[in-house]
Write a protein that binds this ligand. Structure first.
Ligand code: APR
Length: 317
């Protein structure tokens, strides 16, 4: 069986980490594209040179020429600008909407059959720009945010309960960032919902509320610590989980920014919901019932995403 081909658009912090993980997990060959082709080529060569030590054979190359991404099975997009301290993800829209529109043209021209995972922020709006400008089917264009947000939530819950992260599941919906909606009643330790754990005296509502706030601000906490740039290890790992589910047709249930066509009462919007990712891209959207409070929080989050999409529409048409 021929190796899969994965294109990484953007060879910065997340792009480099993605390439490394693809090698370590033997997911396929990698082409890294960047407006600084030397950086892309240098990282590709460096990572490939770790292959003999770690035992992987992925071929890796760097380029500034879109024709090199032809025939890619998966494209992961991180091109654009990261946050600096004091910036919100939304502040990035004026810089990144144009970048994503350009990248979308490259994908449309050279690998229109690929599964495209967007990471560039502000996430939900950038996924919309990618879909509009590439013309790819909606089920083949998704955004990575929910896996990251729920991974942060799982870590903080595991620390609170002093249990393995492996036994904690979390359920997060809505736009990426401040308006994210964590559903604690669907978040569990080995299947036991968080509200039950509060009743059992394992924690308190106040502590869970603080964890929810920390999760929603999880990216900002890292931006502040790094002082230049934003998180990249966990975002890369999260996108790889989505790519792997597609490439291996695993049909994992993962939260992702997906195109809603009436689910959750929302029509025509990219926003974070749990989806099944398999060989056909987004194969199904999982729709759970909301309490009135959850519905209000979700609608508020969708409103924030709509505003950013309108801002993007004005920028890229
Ligand atoms: N086409 C291709 N690559 C581009 C373009 C473009 N038009 N514009 C910028 N780039 C490249 C940069 O040269 C850089 O190598 O995108 C890369 C971005 O890398 P970093 O600055 O290291 O940013 P990173 O941490 O990888 O985050 C990228 O993901 O999480 C989001 O908010 C984050 O929007 C940001 C994106």
């Amino acid at each position: 069986m021929a190796r899969k081909k994965i294109a990484l658009i953007g060879a910065g912090n997340i792009g480099g980490t993605l390439a490394h993980l693809i090698g370590l997990k033997e997911l396929g060959d990698v082409v890294m594209f960047d407006v600084f082709p030397g950086v892309a080529a240098g990282k590709a060569l460096d990572i490939m040179q770790s292959g003999p030590v770690d035992g992987f054979d992925s071929a890796m190359s760097g380029t500034g020429d879109y024709s090199a991404i032809a025939g890619s099975d998966v494209v992961i997009v991180t091109a654009g600008f990261p946050r600096m301290p004091g910036m919100s993800r939304d502040d990035l829209v004026s810089k990144n909407a144009g970048v994503i529109a350009q990248v979308a043209e490259g994908i449309k021209a050279h690998c229109p059959d690929a599964f495209v995972i967007v990471i560039t922020n502000p996430l939900d709006a950038m996924v919309w720009v990618m879909r509009e400008k590439s013309g790819l089917p909606h089920n083949k264009v998704v955004g990575m945010a929910g896996v990251l947000d729920s991974s942060r939530f799982r870590l903080f819950l595991a620390q609170e309960f002093d249990v393995s992260v492996e036994d904690v599941t979390a359920f997060v919906l809505g736009g990426h960032g401040d308006t994210m909606v964590p559903l604690t009643r669907y978040s569990t330790v080995a299947g036991v919902p968080v509200p039950d754990l509060i009743k059992m005296g394992w924690t308190t509502q106040a502590k869970i509320d603080a964890i929810v706030t920390r999760t929603a601000n999880g990216g900002g906490e890292i931006v502040k610590l790094l002082e230049k740039g934003s998180a990249f290890y966990a975002p890369a790992a999260s996108a790889i989980a989505m790519a792997e589910s597609f490439l291996k047709d695993k049909k994992r249930v993962l939260p992702a920014a997906a195109w809603l066509t009436g689910q959750y009462g929302i029509d025509g919007l990219y926003v974070g919901v749990p989806v099944v990712i398999g060989a056909n891209g987004v194969e199904r959207i999982l729709e759970v019932e909301f309490t009135p409070d959850e519905k209000a929080a979700f609608d508020k989050s969708c409103g924030a995403v709509r505003e950013l999409i309108e801002a993007s529409r004005k920028l890229v048409g």
